[in-house]
Design a protein around this ligand. Structure first.
Ligand code: DGY
Length: 327
């Protein structure tokens, strides 16, 4: 590797074609494919690293930044960036990149998949069929919830929330939402109504979370919120695990405060195999796969490469979360 090229740490091994844009532009060192923390063998590169390409599982902390004094850019291959201490990066004038837009449709697809699966009890029904409990066509077996005419409450009407609204509208769901700002275009297109959170929780048959994880949204769905929901309601979380208080959710599902939950994200992640939520039949859990389509993941990686290369060149990142660094 030519020594004059900037050194870039990629925290995980990723398919070569996803990183094609980096070829000849930098010296790359990568960690193992499934690392859930910065691989120890990468630590020694921190003092020289100019670029840090990371996934959402790796905390980019003040401590890590201190070990990497030459860092010019942090590129997170995710739209969410709660794993990055953005304040500490800003203080050091390090721009942080993320990958918005390209995972909107994939994540909205998965949200609807979770909603349908929970509404129609697909995991339970599938398991019953496999395990010999399908004795006959049962008029009262596996009864689910209709989407047509039901109310979906979308918490967070950003890009992904709006893509969920577009899909939900086609299913005949009535739409209500919360957001810091009104979204007149969504209201006009899909007849959505903006409501205070308490009203949305009270009125919705399905509640779907699409907010970033921030101090304000941490445990937004706590025991009080869950108790205010309909007993027949279904909660869907494809945002970030800690937006929901896990223990309160366990009580809500096991004591019948709400009917079911479908989770793409959990707190913690991965959810330990002996976690009580796994024991509940009315809790569907999948391993953070909202953006897991081949196309989406490749586009995320390419966008992360664009951010990384711009940062190495000292140019403005195409998607920068701390634009203050340019002031
Ligand atoms: C993100 O990009 O923040 C998503 O959670 C990845 O699926």
């Amino acid at each position: 590797m030519p020594e004059h090229l900037p050194l870039v740490i990629i925290t995980h091994t990723l398919p070569e074609e996803w990183l094609a844009k980096l070829k000849g532009q930098c010296r790359l060192v990568s960690g193992p494919p499934d690392a859930d923390h910065l691989a120890p063998e990468l630590e020694k590169y921190l003092p020289e690293a100019k670029g840090f390409f990371t996934l959402l599982t790796i905390p980019v902390s003040e401590e890590l930044l201190r070990k990497a004094p030459k860092l010019k850019v942090v590129s997170n291959m995710a739209v969410g960036y709660d794993n990055v201490d953005v304040g500490a990066c800003t203080q050091r004038c390090i721009p942080v990149g993320n990958t918005p837009g390209v995972l909107t449709e994939g994540t909205a697809d998965l949200t609807i998949a979770l909603l349908l699966a929970a509404a129609r009890k697909l995991p339970q029904a599938g398991q019953d069929a496999r395990q010999g409990r399908w004795k006959t066509w049962s008029p009262t077996g596996w009864l689910g919830t209709d989407l047509n005419g039901a109310t979906l409450g979308i918490i967070g009407m950003g890009k992904i929330g709006a893509a969920v609204a577009r899909r939900a509208h086609v299913f005949g769901l009535r739409l209500v939402y919360t957001d810091t700002n009104p979204k007149p275009e969504i209201e006009k297109a899909f007849g959505a109504t903006k409501l205070p959170l308490e009203t949305l929780l009270r009125e919705s048959d399905f509640v779907s979370l699409h907010v970033p994880l921030t101090p304000e949204t941490h445990h937004l769905i706590d025991a009080e919120a869950l108790q205010s929901m309909k007993k027949t309601a279904i909660l869907i979380n494809a945002a970030r695990g800690p937006v929901v208080e896990s223990q309160a959710l366990f009580h809500a599902l096991s004591e019948g405060w709400i009917a079911a939950a479908a989770l793409d994200v959990t707190d913690p992640e991965p959810l330990p195999i002996d976690h009580p939520l796994y024991a509940l039949e009315n809790c569907l859990i999948v391993p953070h796969i909202g953006s897991a389509t081949r196309y989406t993941r490749q586009r995320m990686a390419e966008l992360a490469c664009d951010n990384l290369l711009a940062g190495l060149r000292g140019e403005r990142l195409p998607n920068c979360v701390n634009t203050e660094v340019y002031q």
